[in-house]
Write a protein that binds this ligand. Structure first.
Ligand code: NZQ
Ligand code: ZN
Length: 385
């Protein structure tokens, strides 16, 4: 096992009717900015519930954080925080609203140009406003981690940052809040969580037995619940398993002490920034191709994945790996998520553009070995055509 330093201070309040607990979670004297996305929080009544739980506190609202939150939009929220002297943020929404809130929390306290936060990957953050979240879309794990991804729309630059200062203080996870999700977002969430696990699991073995078994259990849980998560939107047991599995997929636990990949995510971010493809869909395009191209370096873990997650035990090594990749691709496709660039109307010209952007953004040594350079990324994208 590799050395690690595991820290996760986020309190999780899980279950039905838990939004009311904001009344005690948010400090009584807080001046609160509630941040939401488009219309969903208002339409579903969650925003009204949040307001009611906050009672007599000063509450302002910032609406309009878009999917793949933009620096441009978030800076307007930063202005509002500073102008109205607000001191506590509450994200109500999916990963985009939570990621955006993390950026606002750090940028509101930042001396200098807040874009530096992105350029330094978060290393330049010295402090951040306290914040909590009410999660409405299980997918990213942002509700229980210290990562965020923000896009500078003007240059199609989508970059991640992390900082110890941007863990949520608490997150309220009420599975009934997911009942209103469109089918497409549920499918996206299943795939995003799945790929978060593979990014931390499908690398090379380091004798991390518990992390491997946790990862395999979470992957199997997603595969098991997927059909009902789609067909029975109000099945509480299924939605609660989806919600908690997605949080566990990226809260640091399964990634402690193991090598991590993340090349699928970094290549995927370029596809979103250039062509506005949903985050999870970009992962479904890149992952099967990446695993195929990297199969020799990932061989031991791919064989373990084939056997333990998909029950594939017979055939030569390469046949077992082929079968596991096929199962992975089918899992995504059966959720209605195409796994080929061509299905999104993209061809060879897009590969040149994506590789160009990866170069511009310094994404030239990706993967668990740091050996996914621009040439390997190109090969992966070609395999995804
Ligand atoms: O904007 P509104 O009206 O709220 O609608 C949203 C949005 O259109 C809708 N939605 C959310 N909850 C709903 C709902 N509709 C009905 N009922 C509800 N209960 O869903 C749409 C998508 O929301 P979004 O927040 O964009 O989705 P997701 O949670 O998948 O977040 C994606 C973002 O997270 C980043 C991605 O890069 C992307 O920008 N990620 C963040 C990570 C992290 N912080 O650790 C890790 C991930 O890899 C991911 O990269
Ligand atoms: Zn993701």
């Amino acid at each position: 096992m590799l050395n690690f330093n595991f820290y996760n201070p986020t309190r999780i309040i899980f279950g039905k009717d838990t939004v009311a607990s904001l009344s005690t979670l948010v400090p009584p004297t807080a001046r609160v900015l509630v941040l939401v996305g488009g219309a969903s929080a208002e339409k579903t009544g969650t925003l009204a519930e949040v307001r009611s739980a906050l009672g007599e506190r000063v509450v302002h609202v910032f609406a309009g954080i878009e999917p793949n939150p933009s620096f441009e939009t978030l800076m307007r929220a930063v202005e509002q925080v500073r102008r109205d002297k607000l001191d506590f943020l509450l994200a109500v929404g999916g990963g985009s609203v939570i990621d955006g809130t993390k950026f606002v929390a750090a940028a509101a306290n930042y001396d200098g140009d807040p874009w530096e936060i992105m350029q330094t990957g978060g290393a330049s953050i010295g402090s951040a406003l306290p914040f909590g979240t009410v999660l409405t879309l299980p997918a990213t794990g942002s509700e229980m981690n210290n990562g965020s991804v923000v896009t500078l729309k003007a240059t199609h630059t989508k970059l991640p940052f992390r900082s110890i200062h941007v863990f949520p203080q608490f997150s309220v996870l009420d599975p009934t809040k997911t009942y209103s999700l469109p089918e497409k977002q549920v499918a996206n969430g299943l795939v995003d969580a799945f790929v978060h696990i593979t990014e931390q699991y499908l690398t090379f073995p380091v004798q991390a037995l518990a992390q491997d078994r946790f990862a395999e259990g979470l992957l199997q849980t997603l595969v098991e619940i997927a059909p009902r998560a789609i067909s029975e939107p109000e099945d509480y047991a299924t939605r609660s398993n989806l919600m908690w599995t997605a949080s566990l997929a990226l809260n640091g636990l399964i990634g402690a002490g193991v090598p991590q990949d993340w090349a699928t995510h970094m290549i995927g971010h370029e596809l979103t920034a250039l062509y506005d493809i949903d985050h999870a869909r970009t992962l479904a395009i890149v992952l099967p191709a990446l695993l195929d191209v990297q199969r020799d370096k990932k061989r031991a873990k791919l064989l373990q994945y084939a056997e333990r997650v998909w029950g594939i035990k017979s055939g030569s090594e390469d046949q077992r790996i082929d079968a596991a990749l096929e199962a992975t691709r089918n899992f995504f496709e059966n959720l209605g998520i195409p796994t080929r660039l061509s299905a999104y109307g993209l061809g060879a010209a897009a590969i040149d553009e994506v590789v160009g952007q990866l170069g511009k953004h310094g994404m030239t040594r990706l993967g668990e070995h740091g050996d996914v350079d621009l040439a390997v990324s190109r090969t992966i994208l070609e395999a995804a055509l």
